[in-house]
Design a protein around this ligand. Structure first.
Ligand SMILES: NC(=O)C1=CN([C@@H]2O[C@H](COP(=O)(O)OP(=O)(O)OC[C@H]3O[C@@H](n4cnc5c(N)ncnc54)[C@H](OP(=O)(O)O)[C@@H]3O)[C@@H](O)[C@H]2O)C=CC1
Ligand SMILES: O=CC(=O)O
Length: 328
């Protein structure tokens, strides 16, 4: 039986099903490279399926038999795609299945920050609700405001849909390419980044992490936002300058923020952002619901099996590998 490494978030049901065809070695935690049993598994593995393993040149040097890395995520900034392609190792991800789940989580952050839900929840539970509330406890409306979406991909579009159809919001967006269909469906307006930052009540960041997007939002960008703006990051922590976000929140350059992702994950307890009361934080859980864990794992397993049986997986990232094969 061929060996397959499964790590972190691969649902138990999918692991059991894979175990009918492969020798599946499961690693539950993510501190692997120093673990001799992981290194041993790498030596023998034909495939890897899982979430957020850093697949670097050093790791690949330990995996001479590897033919596919199947990410259980849409983001693939954890993979050195050039190195994988050079070694003719297939890389796949799981776009689409998680789109609505992540968009729901982003809407949750928009509502939680604007209406100050976690803060008021604590207020009630701490027994501080003793009289009619005054202005100091009030949040701000979400409906009929303007949302600016940076990165109008699958998830960006699902957020636009919710904001337009559910909350009567005006939708602005900045994206690498223009999305005319999205403009027609959700009355969205294509803007440059500066306009999105300047005109939006809610600025939502939803771009993949890449050399072009790393630290895309920093001090200059926070200064361009409205003083009442709420910033939401559902993408990757490294897409923003966290220090600049801290300053913007502390100095009230912007009103509040909701973030699902951090520069270092799990977040360090000393991260200064955690000391602020105008930020709502989540532990990178946007895509992780009970239903969606199974959907993502199932798609990733389908990609893995296709790759191992010599077929082109549906969600191949380095598709040039198959173009080369077709030419030969
Ligand atoms: N918090 C969480 O749990 C989750 C986070 N994510 C993050 O969200 C990201 C987006 O996911 P998804 O919507 O499915 O991905 P998509 O690939 O569908 O969308 C990404 C969008 O970003 C745009 N984009 C890429 N680079 C730039 C740039 N330099 N400037 C402006 N726009 C750019 C793309 O433009 P174009 O259309 O021109 O290609 C595309 O529209 C993932 O890569 C991941 O990092 C995803 C899932 C869960
Ligand atoms: O962060 C999650 C993803 O799917 O990307």
């Amino acid at each position: 039986m061929e060996k397959v490494i499964a790590y972190t978030r691969v649902s138990e049901q999918v692991r059991k099903s894979l175990a009918q065809q492969y020798d599946v070695i499961y690693f539950e935690n993510d501190e692997y490279i120093d673990d001799p049993s992981f290194v041993q598994a790498l030596q023998e593995a034909s495939g890897i399926i899982g979430l957020e393993l850093k697949v670097t040149k050093e790791l690949l040097d330990l995996a001479p038999n590897l033919r596919i890395v199947s990410n259980v995520s849409v983001g693939y900034d954890n993979l050195d795609i050039n190195e994988l392609t050079k070694r003719k190792i297939i890389a796949t991800n799981t776009p689409g299945v998680l789109t609505d789940t992540v968009a729901d989580a982003v809407m949750g952050m928009i509502l939680a920050t604007a209406r100050r839900i976690p803060e008021l929840d604590n207020f009630v539970k701490n027994g501080e609700w003793k009289q009619y509330l005054q202005l100091e406890h009030f949040g701000t409306d979400v409906h009929h405001k303007t949302v600016g979406i940076i990165g109008m991909g699958g998830i960006g579009e699902a957020i636009a849909k919710r904001c337009h159809a559910g909350f009567d919001m005006d939708v602005l967006y900045f994206n690498r390419s223009r999305k005319v269909e999205v403009e027609q469906k959700y009355h969205a307006t294509f803007c440059n980044l500066h306009e999105v930052l300047e005109r939006s009540d809610f600025v939502v960041l939803m771009v993949p992490l890449s050399p072009q997007t790393e630290k895309m939002i920093g001090e200059k960008e926070f200064n361009q936002m409205k003083k009442t703006a709420i910033f939401i990051n559902g993408s990757r922590g490294k897409n923003i300058d966290e220090h600049a976000l801290y300053n913007a929140l502390k100095n009230r350059t912007i009103q509040a923020a909701g973030i699902d992702v951090f520069d270092v994950e799990p977040v360090e307890p000393t991260n200064p952002l955690l000391t602020l009361d105008n930020i709502v934080t989540l532990p990178h859980i946007g895509a992780a619901t009970k239903e969606n864990e199974l959907a993502m794992s199932t798609l990733a397993a389908e990609n893995l099996i296709a790759g191992l049986t010599g077929e082109q997986p549906t969600n191949v990232i380095n598709s040039e590998l198959f173009q080369i094969m077709q030419r030969n």
